[in-house]
Design a protein. Structure first.
Lengths: 276, 446
């Protein structure tokens, strides 16, 4: 039987939830507010919160100095491409691990995850040299492949967890009705795992969008995404916090909007299997 | 057909086709246009560099050479260009590097020697300190875009209110007394603001330069670490005691930007830092612009001052395919014509300082309030003779060996932990000694 919750308790829960939410969102809000300040107001002590002379000058300077659309296009292609490619490879892999497990499946899963524990800088030189040999430095397709490989363990793990929640009997029934392996994955498994696949896509898109080590080290001009755009406004000798905030706001805006519109799917996917 | 051969012919065949297609796709999706002459320049996001980017069209108009800029934060840039030059990646035609990298990379043969500069460029006009620091075995490997030393920037009104007068060349004792006299905790005024932040280019640079004036050095002639000597102990305890008395709270995490922000808002009586900051503390963003004075970095009567020497310079990596175009750009950006162009459009206070003798002979530039003190500071720093005792290394706030950046970053972390009260001075120095000796042994110096 469900526990009765008093209205006072509900109100308290709401206040606590909103407070935590605002606390988490505050750095982003502060970045957005700073982007509308002058450089002097950005470093004012005590800090000014809302009551300052709002200006769009920082955005105008940033847009004049940098080719924002080129960085944005590269981010969309690299993050989108690596996520789609990753899911294409991970769906059959997760299917086999979830429904046709071997004695070593758990070990393989753990081994895959362990590759995430290697510091990226440890393989910087081998990957850099490989890119030189293949002639693909500063190339979007190369980054699509590299980011896909980096995020693949997470994608496989997430999909594996979702697939495990699907009763194997349903797939058996499909097989008895004459479904081939392709039919089974495409027409039976995938539609049932749509929330899980959607949240995997979204989460990995966000991870790839924010990836800053490889995207900074393997690009220069043609393939540089928004992480390089932000890095170009950070300065250890000079106070350009307002401009840096404007650049950061422009870099996170697309992913923030995407997350806002898809939050239902994201939450549903992330909590999938949490309540049994 | 056996299962294996079917597998090889089928799946492997398809895999191999896919791999080939992928490689083709990867190599064909680059945007680079091989027909137009375009050079790519990696640089830092400092004010003078950003200003230079604004004038790029002028260069393209004059030469027909297009320029692509890759602007990165200093530490990211350092890692990025180091990876590229050590692997001969060829991503950049010009790199913005400093006095630390230039002699090391020049010696390794990774940079194109700048011995083909034209007569009009007048290489003899480069300040000798800059030229020396950017050369190896007498060959220039990078052309200075701007140079800097460090000096004292102080509030003339607070100094006057404290009943003191700043000498042109003060001692550390005077600075400590003045800092205590200017401190007004009730009004949030700190007598002195200095870098305490970990990082070899942040707090590490300041404490190394300061240690020179206390008679300390990083290594003896046999590359043994010297943190177990009295001069290092004196340096660290003096710095920490002074900052505890008169510095801002949390100084252990303050770097250039934090101190600049506080000084601009009138929260610091004195600030010892890069000469390039002089234009920031006297510009329209500074609330104390009208009451800023300048003096040489302090000494301790031992014949060495505590100012450093640095230059941001343009160098051509040996792997570039566009050496001539890169050389043309360097002549344009670091020549006297560029200085005149900036002066005409933005005033003399905004020209890149610290690189050319002729700039300091120009009567218009001599009127800039910090010009003479910047020059005096640069001239008083000698990378070949920066310490009281002899050393096997070159450099003022660094030792120009490849291992230094890593070692000094770790050592500065130990020092910052001491400033923050997380360990004693003895622990900090013992750890620094062990870290340095271990790294030098591993690198084969000892």
């Amino acid at each position: 039987m469900a526990r009765a919750v008093t209205s006072q308790r509900k109100a308290l829960n709401t206040v606590v939830a909103w407070s935590i939410g605002l606390l988490i969102f505050f750095p982003i809000l502060w970045t957005i507010l700073t982007s509308f300040k002058s450089e002097a107001e950005a470093i004012a002590n005590p800090p000014v919160f809302m009551f300052f002379d709002w200006t769009l000058e920082n955005y105008s300077v940033v847009l004049e100095r940098s080719n924002y659309m080129r960085f944005l296009t590269n981010s969309v292609i690299i993050a989108g491409g690596s996520t789609l490619l990753g899911v294409l490879i991970a769906v059959p892999a997760a299917w086999s691990m979830a429904f046709v497990p071997s004695r070593r499946t758990k070990d393989i899963l753990l081994w895959m995850l362990s590759t995430k524990m290697l510091p990226a800088v440890g393989v910087l030189y081998p990957i850099y040299l490989l890119c030189i040999r293949l002639g693909v430095l500063d190339n979007r397709a190369a980054l699509v492949v590299i980011l896909m490989l980096i995020n693949l363990p997470i994608i496989v793990w997430m999909l594996y967890t979702y697939f495990r929640e699907i009763p194997g009997e349903i797939l058996e029934a499909a097989r008895m009705d004459g479904a081939t392996l392709k039919d089974e994955i495409l027409y039976v498994l995938t539609p049932m795992a749509i929330p899980g696949i959607a949240s995997t896509l979204l989460l990995n898109f966000i991870l790839a969008w924010n990836e800053a080590f490889w995207t900074l080290n393997l690009t220069s001009v043609d393939a540089a995404p928004l992480t390089a755009f932000i890095a170009s406004y950070s300065s250890p000798e000079g106070l350009f916090f307002a401009k840096l905030s404007a650049a950061s706001t422009m870099a996170i805006a697309p992913i923030l909007i995407l997350g806002w519109f898809s939050q239902k799917q994201l939450v549903r996917g992330l909590t999938f299997g949490a309540v049994k | 057909m056996s299962y294996t051969s079917r597998f090889s012919g089928g799946l492997f065949g398809r895999l191999s086709c896919s791999a080939s297609a992928l490689t083709l796709l990867m190599t064909s999706t680059g945007f680079a246009d091989s027909h137009a002459q375009t050079i790519t320049i990696a640089t830092v996001n400092n004010g003078d560099m950003i200003r230079m980017q604004g004038y790029t069209d002028q260069f393209t108009e004059e030469t027909g050479i297009s320029v692509e800029w890759v602007t990165l934060e200093e530490n990211v840039l350092r890692q990025r260009v180091t990876t590229d030059i050590t692997t001969n990646g060829g991503q950049f035609d010009i790199m913005t590097i400093g006095m630390y990298e230039t002699p090391i990379w020049g010696a390794a043969g990774w940079l194109v020697p700048l011995d083909g500069l034209s007569e009009e460029y007048n290489v003899d006009d480069i300040l000798p300190a800059m030229r020396g620091g950017l050369s190896h075995d007498g060959t220039l490997y990078a052309a200075p875009f701007y140079g800097e030393s460090s000096m004292i920037m102080y509030r003339t009104d607070l100094m006057e209110a404290a009943g003191l007068e700043m000498p042109d060349a003060p001692t550390w004792e005077f600075i400590r007394e003045a800092a205590a006299a200017m401190t007004d905790r009730d009004n949030d005024v700190n007598g002195i603001c200095l870098r305490g932040k970990a990082g070899w280019g942040e707090g590490g640079a300041l404490i190394t330069a300061m240690s020179n004036s206390f008679g300390a050095r990083w290594f003896d002639m046999d590359w043994n670490a010297q943190f177990d000597t009295q001069p290092w102990r004196d340096t660290l305890t003096f710095f920490n005691d002074m900052m505890q008395e008169s510095g801002p709270a949390g100084f252990a995490t303050n770097g250039f930007n934090e101190n600049l922000s506080m000084f601009q808002q009138g929260l610091c009586g004195m600030w010892i830092d890069a000469t390039v900051a002089a234009s920031f503390v006297t510009n329209e963003d500074s609330t104390v612009a009208d009451s800023v004075g300048f003096a040489l970095a302090p000494d301790n009567g031992l014949g060495r001052r505590s100012n450093w020497l640095w230059a941001w310079a343009l160098a051509i990596p040996a792997g570039t395919q566009q050496q001539d175009a890169a050389m043309q750009f360097i002549e344009w950006a670091t020549g006297t014509g560029y200085i005149d162009m900036v002066a005409e459009n933005e005033g003399w206070a905004n020209v890149p300082p610290g690189a050319r003798i002729s700039l300091y002979e120009n009567p218009n530039y001599q009127e800039v309030p910090f010009a003479q003190m910047t020059l005096d500071s640069i001239l008083s720093a000698d990378p070949n003779n920066s310490t009281v005792e002899p050393t096997p290394y070159v450099g003022v706030q660094f030792a120009a060996i490849p291992e230094f950046a890593g070692i000094a970053t770790e050592v500065s972390q130990e020092f910052s932990a001491y400033y923050a009260g997380q360990q004693s001075v003895d622990e900090a120095l013992e750890n620094a000694q062990a870290i340095t000796n271990e790294a030098m042994e591993a690198a084969g110096y000892r």
